[in-house]
Design a protein around this ligand. Structure first.
Ligand code: ADP
Ligand code: ZN
Length: 527
């Protein structure tokens, strides 16, 4: 905005005249007034809550340029274009620019011709950028996606650690850190790493009541997905998350063959294709984006009607953030997840080979455990989810466990049978096997592998015919979720935990949720 009349120092005036909105939402006004007055703030607000205005308006009201640190390089151009369309003087500096473009923005910054300057975090590690900032007037620092500074979190970015220096260099410039995802642990880590101990914390409710959470056991995931899309979301826009690039490609192809308009998105596609697919998803109606988690951060599409996960997310925080992309417009939306035992095995394997020290691996393991516990709970999903973020709530009536309460049953005896098979293999044979072989033994199946290892001679052979194979898999998953058994190694072998003994000795009862019956008719689909 070129001329700023007196009256525009009023945050509400800026909201109305620049952004065209009538009133503030939630705690926006309080946050904005606090930052305008020069205070530091840590803002935790769910996706779609309206975080951007919390720093954009103070940047317009205060003297100088608001510097916004964001990891979302791919979105900076769009964000800046959108602001410029409103008459806000915005620019960005990141690695996608050529030197000419960069010097132009630098000149604008120095001439005081910018209201907002978006920066990729790695820019601040470049001494010349810091010197540039020192020569201008800065109204505030906004640190977007602030959870990226937390090693405990799920999306750590080392460049963020350098942001603690901002406070030392510019002690008088207010800082506002914002994130849509933070457990109490992450939250505390953000405050300490960014030296925001004196910042006021603004914590909005993380509940997204219009999202219906549903988690189901994986059976034939692509067909399960197709059934969901055909019956509940025909013609709707949505996102389908898969763990690997290969499964993204396969799933997108499968949907297209079955008459659903779907596009793939993952880091293995070239930048041009990714940008095109993203643009189409934002622009067109009813497209389904099949993607790895490389897609979605910062995407503002209000009418995403469903987010489906075909694999277990790596953490509850990630799951919450990804599902949060559904229903930003407040209309009913679905968050659907299918997961199986193999997901847990695969995640463990990935953690085993991941970079970083043991403490890091333990953190990753704890994240998977928490995710698994959410999947296997017999309680309201929303209550569990919000509790994870430190929020107390009452049963929601809008999740699968509320809508069709799972029956629970006394699984102590099956659990003992399963655990004693693991014990026998270990004690008598010094062997470890995965869930598949253990189920075969319990079911008394003389498969090639059972015969090869002489497992039909074990006393536990055939003692578990009261359950089906799928049910045994369910038992394994639930014991895992209750930490009564653990998986390790590349082949997902089952091993005992410290608490397994309590079940074996009969000191502890095991309550399990009953697996819902399979639908009678399989979805008709092209392979
Ligand atoms: P977040 O960054 O928290 O995910 P955004 O800042 O992108 O959310 O805001 C989400 C949507 O809500 C945007 O389309 C934004 O323009 C809109 N919005 C934000 N604040 C208000 C408000 N006070 N009144 C109306 N719409 C708003
Ligand atoms: Zn519920």
């Amino acid at each position: 905005i070129d001329a700023r009349p007196e009256a525009e120092t009023d945050a509400l005036r800026v909201l109305r005249r620049v952004f065209g909105y009538d009133s503030f939402r939630g705690s926006q006004q309080e946050i904005i007034e606090h930052v305008v007055a020069g205070g530091d703030a840590l803002v935790l607000m769910p996706t779609g809550g309206g975080k951007s205005l919390c720093y954009q308006i103070p940047a317009l009201v205060r003297k100088g340029v608001g510097v916004v640190v964001s990891p979302l390089i791919a979105l900076m151009q769009d964000q800046v274009d959108a602001l410029r369309a409103l008459g806000v003087r915005a620019g960005f500096l990141n690695s996608t620019q050529g030197p000419d473009e960069r010097s132009l923005v630098e000149a604008e910054f120095l001439a005081g011709e910018l209201d907002l300057l978006y920066l990729a975090p790695e820019r601040l590690r470049v001494e010349s950028t810091v010197r540039l900032l020192e020569r201008g007037t800065i109204s505030l620092f906004a640190i977007d996606e602030a959870h990226c500074v937390a090693q405990w979190g799920h999306d750590f970015r080392p460049d963020y650690l350098a942001l603690s220096a901002l406070h030392e260099r510019w002690p008088d410039v207010p800082r506002i850190a914002l994130t849509a995802t933070a457990t109490e642990a992450t939250h505390a880590e953000i405050a300490s790493r960014l030296k925001l101990q004196d910042a006021r914390h603004f914590v909005a409710s993380f509940d997204r009541p219009n999202i219906q959470y549903r988690i189901t056991a994986k059976d034939d995931p692509k067909r399960q997905l197709l059934a969901l899309l055909r019956t509940e979301h025909p013609g709707d826009a949505g996102i389908v998350y898969c763990l690997s690039r290969a499964s993204v490609e396969k799933t997108a192809e499968f949907l297209v063959k079955n008459g659903i308009e779907a596009l793939p998105y993952h880091a293995g596609l070239d930048a041009g294709t990714r940008a095109e697919h993203q643009a189409r998803f934002l622009r067109e109606d009813g497209l389904v984006m099949v993607a790895t988690i490389a897609f979605g951060m910062g995407i503002d599409k209000p009418d995403v009607r469903f987010v489906a996960h075909l694999d277990l997310p790596k953490s509850v925080e990630g799951y919450y953030q990804e599902t949060g992309r559904a229903g930003r417009d407040g209309l009913p939306s679905t968050a659907w997840l299918a997961y199986g035992l193999q997901d847990v095995v695969q995640q463990r394997k990935m953690i085993g080979t991941s970079e970083g020290d043991d403490a890091h691996r333990r953190r990753l393991g704890a994240h998977v455990d928490a995710m698994l516990a959410l999947c296997e709970t017999v309680e309201c999903r929303r209550v569990r989810l919000l509790a994870y973020f430190g929020e107390k709530s009452t049963v929601c009536g809008n999740c699968d466990t509320c809508l069709t309460p799972p029956e629970s049953w006394d699984g102590t005896i099956p659990a003992q049978k399963l655990l004693s098979t693991v014990v026998r293999l270990k004690r008598e044979r010094n062997q470890k096997f995965g869930a598949g072989q253990i189920a075969d033994i319990l079911l008394g199946r003389k498969t090639a592998k059972v015969i090869q290892f002489d497992h039909d001679a074990l006393s536990v052979f055939g003692i578990g015919t009261e359950l089906s194979e799928a049910e045994w898999r369910g038992v394994v998953r639930q014991l895992l979720a209750q930490e009564l058994i653990a998986v390790e190694g590349d082949y997902g072998t089952l091993v005992l935990t410290e608490t397994s003994g309590e079940v074996l000795s009969g000191r502890r009862k095991v309550t399990l949720r009953r697996e819902p019956a399979k639908p009678a008719r399989a979805e008709k689909a092209e392979k």
